[in-house]
Design a protein around this ligand. Structure first.
Ligand code: MG
Ligand code: MG
Length: 610
């Protein structure tokens, strides 16, 4: 199967129609659906908008929506035909021949398929006389016609070559419709295909549609089966996105259009269309890089040393030091200038084929970042995640690999820490779904269940992204509403979690050495006792070491976290016992409150004012 044409409805994106067209073209779309309100609000004439589309290399694939046409009294039908003729004038100027007509919600309409078919046939005759066509769409909340099977019965009954169907995945899948019958519709009667995903929500379908549609791959609809059936029926038009979403409506349209394009390419891949080389197998983290100002970098180095890490090398050309223990590698980049800064600047994954990873990233709309590079330095490819974090593809064992960019000073020690278990990134709410889609399409990670919890400063959403062998885990976190300005003390926390073979022994060691472990209050341990009835000795060790504990169907999780370095970064040591699959999210509110206490205490003057 060759690559299909890709289209996007202007309603998906924020801004004026001009902003939307420029963004759609820049993201590589072939065409657009012009949403009527976007056109009406524009100062440009339809002819100018059409010309602008063509200059940008975009075809106008559809004009939409035309509402409440069919099965009405004769006087209303005459008005509706007059209204349609005016819209055909607009379409003529725009340079499109296809209009979307939604099934009626009008109180004037009657429940009469024969009359609806007759009216739509009349409309199709008018359209045909102008060289145009009509795509009839069953809205999920249509008054009488609200399934595609029903809209197809009417279109078949009308039997006019200028009348066909528009299928919209949301309207079918939100009603748990069975897409299997789509395969029985002749391909030439499928005039248009609109794709939208959505999260499973138990709410009014109109509200669900208007606020919560998502790009394919971001929600829980089975779009692969749906779109697969449409293609199998013989549909040859564009794959078009029609997504009404509160976030996308106000987001910068350029990255939103890229996100949209990425979603289509991932869907096409799942449909068996060769749009990108398959994601190479991953084999854990090569490193994580922390970016800090020099003073905070010193604190981080001390913190890593307290955990048993050793500085093993210095970068040949940059202010970057490499710290290691077992298979865990952390780079400390001390080139930030703002005081109190520490953030995860980059993460690097071990790829079975770094060059293929890079080519896949580009095919998935994530261009390789330009990189300053010394003459002897390795050609590391990296892309930017939606939050700006760099993602590198590495083969550490290669003779000319990234390690050769460092002057070695020590060999990595073996200790209780053996590698990186996960990296936790905080996403602004607006980018949460985009970040998950990036991990999925570019890195080939699969999304885990979404968890939401009440934290001291707001509701937080958590979603793990993991590769097939659980060697790379990325924990995405984001507040459900933008984080309040009032006094959160720790904005957008991030952490690197190291795999530790014995967290209790480590906690004991850290306590003895006075390492900056985050103190956890007694209330937490009293509650643990109430919930889990843990062995008293285990409970006492957890309490003594400020170790957090969780349990799921697969096993247990022990974890201990450090105090903050700078304003937002901490380190975590985790031990998965059995097949525990989570991230200890239940303990996050306790940890957040403890970090706030640390920040507030640190901001107090050391000597009380006289
Ligand atoms: Mg639609
Ligand atoms: Mg964690």
């Amino acid at each position: 199967m060759s690559e299909p044409r890709r289209s996007i409805a202007t309603v998906c994106l924020s801004g004026t129609v001009e902003d939307k067209l420029v963004a759609a073209a820049a993201a590589g779309f072939d065409g657009v659906e012009i949403f009527e309100n976007d056109l009406i609000a524009s100062a440009a004439s339809p002819a100018e908008i059409g010309a602008h589309c063509r200059e940008l290399g975009l075809s106008v694939d559809l004009y939409q929506p035309f509402r409440d046409f069919e099965a009405v009294p004769p006087a209303r039908l005459r008005e509706n035909l007059r209204r349609a003729e005016r819209k055909f004038d607009v379409m003529e100027q725009l340079g499109t021949d296809l209009v979307l007509v939604c099934s009626t919600v009008s109180p004037e309409a009657v429940d009469d398929d024969e009359l609806a078919a007759e009216h739509l046939r009349t409309l199709a005759e008018h359209a045909q006389a102008r060289g145009m066509r009509v795509a009839y769409e069953a809205l999920a909340w249509g008054r009488f016609v609200n399934t595609y099977e029903h809209s197809w019965r009417i279109v078949r009954r009308a039997d006019h070559p200028a009348l066909g169907l528009c299928l919209d995945s949301f309207h079918v899948l939100s009603r748990d419709g069975d897409p299997a019958l789509i395969r029985t519709i002749p391909g030439e009667k499928l005039f248009y295909l609109q794709l939208a995903d959505a999260p499973k929500l138990d709410m009014d379908v109109l509200q669900w549609s208007r606020h919560h549609r998502l790009f394919p791959g971001q929600g829980s609809f089975d779009l692969t089966t749906f779109a697969g059936n449409v293609l199998e029926a013989g549909y040859t038009g564009p794959l078009s996105l029609e997504v009404f979403n509160d976030v996308f409506r106000q987001a910068d349209p350029k990255p939103a259009a890229v996100d949209a394009m990425r979603s289509l390419r991932l869907l096409e891949e799942q449909l068996g269309i060769p749009v990108a080389e398959p994601a190479p197998e991953l084999n854990g983290y090569a490193f994580a890089e922390l970016l800090a100002d020099p003073a905070t970098a010193t604190g981080l180095a001390d913190g890593l040393a307290a955990l048993g890490f050793v500085e093993t090398g210095e970068h040949r050309s940059k202010a970057v030091h490499r710290w290691e223990q077992g298979g865990a590698r952390v780079l400390i980049n001390s080139s930030a200038s703002e005081p109190d800064t520490a953030e995860i600047g980059a993460l690097a994954v071990e790829s079975a084929d770094p060059l293929r990873s890079a080519r896949r990233a580009e095919a998935m709309s994530s261009p390789i970042l330009p990189r300053e590079r010394g003459p002897q330095e390795a050609g590391l490819a990296s892309v930017a995640a939606p939050d700006g974090t760099g993602v590198f593809f590495c083969d550490t064992s290669a003779p000319d690999g990234w390690l050769s960019d460092f002057r070695d000073s020590a060999t990595p020690p073996e200790g209780l820490i053996t590698g990186i278990d996960h990296v936790s990134l905080t996403q602004p709410f607006d980018h949460f779904d985009e970040a998950a889609l990036f991990c999925r399409s570019v890195l080939g990670l699969e999304p885990e269940e979404v968890t939401e919890y009440a934290a001291p400063f707001g509701m937080v959403r958590n979603r793990g992204m993991v590769d097939a062998t659980c060697s790379v885990r990325i924990a995405l976190n984001g507040t459900l509403v933008r984080r309040g300005e009032w006094a959160p003390a720790v904005r957008d926390p991030q952490h690197i979690a190291f795999t530790c073979t014995d967290v209790l022994a480590m906690a004991e060691r850290l306590r003895a050495s006075g390492a900056p472990v985050l103190p956890i209050p007694d209330n937490y341990y009293d509650d643990l006792d109430a919930r889990f009835a843990l062995d008293p000795e285990l409970l006492a060790s957890l309490r003594r070491g400020s170790v957090l504990y969780d349990r799921d169907a697969g096993g247990e999780f022990l974890h201990v976290v450090t105090e903050l370095f700078g304003s937002r970064v901490f380190l975590e040591l985790v031990q998965r016992v059995g097949d525990y699959a989570g991230y200890g999210v239940a303990n996050a509110p306790v940890r957040m409150a403890a970090h706030r206490r640390q920040r507030m205490a640190a901001s107090q003057p050391t000597t009380p004012p006289a």
